[in-house]
Design a protein around this ligand. Structure first.
Ligand SMILES: [Zn+2]
Length: 423
């Protein structure tokens, strides 16, 4: 069992009082659409001038009244022929990610009460069944520091949680289906432990099974990208814990019909325990659809589980669907119409925010959006080449969009005698 990691800083280092004020002001706007509108108007990117002119601009700003000098300075910059270095482009992309103003939810405090005979009991009521737990590769990962841009290879503790659905067979949740519900849940557990698919599996009765030990990696999000206020993570098998809920993603923003009250409760107390144990910020608790990428065509959303409907608030988290997508902002990934159809309105806010940030950063860099994206993709390839071989998220890169899995044994129940089937 891993020990408590050091506490993380939760704030981004601000570079000016104006940015501080803009971010503070954005945090006071609860409606995400209004917040986006405000940020569109208020946010400023670093001007694409040289280091010398930046220093000169700062000097004059200190000496001469701002109302006079700022328009003149910006006008001068606009008339220059812009030749940006790759370093400046990357700097602008980091700036584009910086504006995030998501409220953090409080860090829970949960402790282990008792461990015995294949189960663990925690102070918030969480019970984990550990009888099926298997080992995999020991967790060890690299990440990119947002402050220095350098590769850090000190990753030992989980930095976040990725939520999945198993996309397995779903029977109607009623007493007449009890036997079938139990059997399917057991088969799914066997399948995903054999494949080291996730760390945790929450079945439809709300039972929490530890499938792969927390100190190990699981093969749940190989080709993926996420970032918090300190680090960028490429390939989340080692850096993030995978939690799979038994069920199938449904389109639209209504509540997911397969989800049971027991699953929601258990996912909530499991999330509280993991956040407490590893000091995981709430912004690092996100769904597979938000992090999944296809490197062969530079599109996000290679996996679409929980592209909509994830009950963030009911499990004690902010609505993280409106967070910007780091793959788009930092590395020039796009998305296609199929992904839009798979998402709900809430995730579309995240897409819209990210697209807008890319447009603004391209404009601040003085080049077209297409050229800007091409530069970011160049940066992504460079970063990928830096990663140690064990971190290379090679899984699924060249495959088409796909679901998690649908075991054949579960299909055999589809027209079974025990009851009706949903869908
Ligand atoms: Zn998934």
């Amino acid at each position: 069992m891993a020990t408590q990691p050091p506490e993380k800083r939760s704030t981004w280092p601000l570079t000016s009082s104006m940015e501080h004020w803009v971010e503070w002001r954005a945090q006071t706007i609860s409606d995400p659409v209004k917040r986006l509108r405000y940020l569109r108007q208020a946010h400023r990117y670093p001007s694409p001038q040289s280091a010398w002119t930046r220093r000169a601009g700062t000097f004059f700003l200190l000496l001469i009244p701002a109302l006079w000098i700022v328009p003149a300075h910006e006008s001068w910059v606009a008339t220059r022929k812009l030749v940006l270095s790759q370093e400046s482009i990357v700097s602008n992309s980091l700036k584009a990610l910086e504006f995030r103003s998501q409220q953090e939810s409080p860090m829970p405090e949960v402790w282990l009460v008792e461990r015995k005979h294949g189960e663990e009991v925690y102070s918030n009521g969480l019970r984990i069944e550990t009888g099926a737990t298997v080992r995999h590769m020991r967790r060890s990962y690299a990440s990119i520091s947002l402050q220095t841009g350098k590769l850090r290879t000190d990753g030992v503790y989980p930095a976040g949680i990725v939520y999945h659905t198993t996309e397995s067979h779903i029977a109607v949740f009623e007493a007449a289906n009890n036997l079938r519900l139990q059997r399917v849940g057991q088969w799914v557990l066997q399948y995903l432990t054999r494949n080291r698919s996730y760390h945790y599996f929450v079945d439809r009765f709300g039972r929490v099974h530890r499938a792969v030990g927390e100190e190990d990696s699981a093969d749940h999000a190989g080709s993926s990208i996420w970032a918090d206020r300190e680090r960028v993570y490429l390939g989340l098998n080692h850096s993030f814990l995978g939690v799979a809920l038994e069920g199938q993603t449904e389109p639209g923003d209504g509540p997911a019909l397969f989800l049971t009250g027991a699953q929601i409760h258990s996912t909530r107390v499991l999330t509280e325990m993991l956040r407490s144990r590893y000091k995981i910020t709430s912004g690092n608790c996100i769904t597979h659809a938000q992090v999944s990428v296809n490197r062969s065509n530079f599109r996000i959303g290679n996996h679409t589980d929980w592209a909509s409907n994830f009950p963030f608030q009911r499990i004690g988290l902010p609505d993280n669907y409106n967070l910007p997508i780091p793959g788009m902002i930092l590395y020039g990934f796009g998305y296609d119409q199929d992904f839009v159809l798979a998402t709900g309105e809430r995730l579309r806010i995240g897409l819209s925010v990210s697209e807008n940030q890319v447009r603004l950063a391209a404009s601040a860099s003085g080049i077209s959006v297409a050229s800007y994206r091409a530069k970011l993709r160049e940066e992504f390839r460079r970063r990928l080449a830096e990663l140690p071989a064990s971190e290379d998220p090679s899984v699924t890169a060249a495959t088409a969009r796909k679901t998690e899995f649908v075991p054949d044994f579960a299909r055999s129940f589809e027209n079974g005698p025990e009851g009706r089937e949903k869908n």
